[in-house]
Design a protein around this ligand. Structure first.
Ligand SMILES: [Zn+2]
Length: 244
């Protein structure tokens, strides 16, 4: 599967497109572009419900992507959140738990139980233990790989990337007693070399923040997601996820 593009019939148009959403922070008011008000989040979830989309666990989506025939006419969507902000625990998780809708958290472990804005390990264990939250890696401390590549020698850069990919996976697996097979690229930055290194570190799928639906032409190590903003509500959100 290394860097594989999903098999498609030659010359045929993709016959499925799947939305994957990525959130960051939730608050009663919009304090920055990465914050979604809980009222807007609930509006987005009601659109998903009213349009008959099923919120599928990431494990199910990844498994289906390996057998793209299983995706024809699939009305599914996946929900993710990057960075491990505390409002994921206080605002997002309770709302999704009410609907019993699964979600995936991409975490950079250096912040957990450490940075004031970040989740604690206890909160992560609780969400993961509920069976609704799957865990992915967002590297160890969320570096900008483009900047690091300019700053470091080629050898030091490769070592740096390897530590970021491997240490994050190891710490998350150990702290949460789970397997961590998926990665979200920090700032959406990736290239062929980074993809090779992520595969070597044992990741089987990785996510970007390219603003489009997942389709058969996407690589498993560069799956697009919609970075959700507070403005993505109502008809605009319906268009975004391919429902209008
Ligand atoms: Zn991030």
């Amino acid at each position: 599967m290394a860097g594989a593009v999903f098999a498609t019939r030659a010359g045929s148009a993709p016959d499925w497109r799947i939305p994957v959403l990525v959130y960051h922070r939730f608050a009663p008011t919009v304090v920055d572009s990465m914050t979604v008000r809980t009222a807007s989040f609930e509006n987005q979830l009601s659109v998903i419900r009213n349009r008959g989309l099923r919120v599928t666990p990431m494990g199910d989506l990844i498994a289906r992507l390996q057998k793209p025939d299983a995706l024809r006419d699939a009305k599914i969507i996946s929900i993710t959140a990057d960075d491990g902000h505390r409002s994921v625990y206080s605002a997002m998780s309770p709302i999704l738990a009410q609907a019993r809708w699964p979600f995936t958290l991409f975490i950079y472990p250096s912040a957990i139980s450490n940075a004031s804005y970040a989740l604690t390990w206890a909160q992560l264990r609780e969400m993961h233990g509920s069976g609704l939250a799957a865990i992915g890696s967002h590297t160890f401390w969320h570096p900008n790989f483009k900047q690091e590549k300019k700053r470091l020698s080629p050898e030091a850069y490769r070592k740096f990337v390897q530590v970021q990919l491997v240490k994050s996976k190891q710490v998350l697996e150990q702290q949460l007693s789970t397997r961590v097979d998926w990665l979200a690229w920090p700032f959406g930055i990736y290239d062929d070399e980074l993809i090779r290194m992520a595969e070597d570190a044992g990741y089987t799928a990785a996510f970007t923040i390219e603003r489009r639906l997942v389709s058969p032409s996407d690589r498993m190590m560069a799956l697009p997601r919609f970075l959700m903003t507070d403005a993505d509500v109502g008809a605009r959100f319906e268009r975004l996820i391919g429902c209008s």
